[in-house]
Design a protein around this ligand. Structure first.
Ligand SMILES: NC(=O)c1ccc[n+]([C@@H]2O[C@H](COP(=O)([O-])OP(=O)(O)OC[C@H]3O[C@@H](n4cnc5c(N)ncnc54)[C@H](OP(=O)(O)O)[C@@H]3O)[C@@H](O)[C@H]2O)c1
Length: 226
């Protein structure tokens, strides 16, 4: 427990730390093809997710996750405060009816492309516009700067695969946590998806620690020193 959570507890509050997590099947899927992901990993990994939320200033997800899961993104399974909820929705395409925009839970920031901002609020959420990234989605460095300007420096990226992959590709993750469940789906939505490499030697091979979570195995990958 200490080895896994201490980096978040001991962090310097003024420095941004970004940790992403995905729970996937043995064959690398984070959801079925129709988007169902409850639950690929077991209750220990769910507890882990809630601990990570409780230790973070922000829990951040992509629009696809809100569209499919309509999550609350609060801390319920462990002690601790719920973090600020952040939704990245480049095109401001999500309906206003989702729980994160309507409930009386922690505050929500909806971050979209600056050319898509129509009003400062969307439901109960605050809307923030940032630059688009030339490749796809939003300029994630500017997203992190906006959050840091509000004192939100511990960022937990909880999915989905597109969002985690964009943070990884941009070199903005300090740690990537992948929990693998002994489940085979055969087909489904991929977890990490990056541009092709020509040989295994060209793949990333980060320093990794391994933790057993019930029947699942958590790979905690260190992507940056600290
Ligand atoms: N197992 C896990 O750990 C875990 C965790 C979270 C979510 N999930 C599952 O992952 C899935 C969502 O992941 P994801 O990679 O699709 O999306 P995501 O990372 O949550 O969303 C990121 C971006 O993907 C695009 N997008 C995704 N779905 C879209 C749609 N239906 N229509 C338009 N744009 C869409 C948008 O891109 P642009 O920026 O280009 O507009 C969106 O901003 C869900 O099935 C969810 O249940 C699994």
């Amino acid at each position: 427990m200490l080895a896994l959570y201490r980096p978040l507890v001991d962090r310097v509050a003024s420095e941004t730390i970004v940790v992403a997590h995905l729970g996937q099947s043995l064959d690398g899927c984070i959801a079925t093809a129709n988007g169902a992901s409850h639950y690929i990993t077991g209750s220990e990994d769910l507890d882990h997710n809630h601990r990570m939320r409780a230790l973070s200033d922000v829990v951040l997800v992509g629009a696809g996750t809100v569209r499919h899961d309509d999550p609350q993104l609060t801390v319920r399974r462990v002690a601790g405060e719920s973090p600020v909820r952040v939704v990245l929705d480049t095109e401001h395409s999500l309906a206003e009816t989702y729980a994160v925009f309507q409930d009386d839970g922690p505050s929500t920031l909806l971050i979209c492309a600056e050319d898509r901002v129509a009003a400062v609020r969307y439901g109960k959420a605050e809307v923030i516009g940032v630059r688009r990234c030339p490749m796809a989605g939003l300029d994630l460095l500017q997203v992190l700067d906006c959050l840091a300007n509000r004192g939100l420096t511990a960022v937990f990226v909880e999915g989905g695969g597109t969002t985690v992959s964009r943070f990884l590709r941009a070199g903005l993750l300090d740690r990537l946590q992948v929990t693998v469940s002994p489940l085979i789906l055969g087909a489904g939505r991929p977890g990490i998806s990056l541009p092709e490499v020509a040989s295994p030697a060209e793949g990333m091979r980060p320093a990794t620690r391994v933790f057993k979570l019930g029947e699942d195995v958590l790979f905690d990958c260190l992507l940056r020193d600290g």
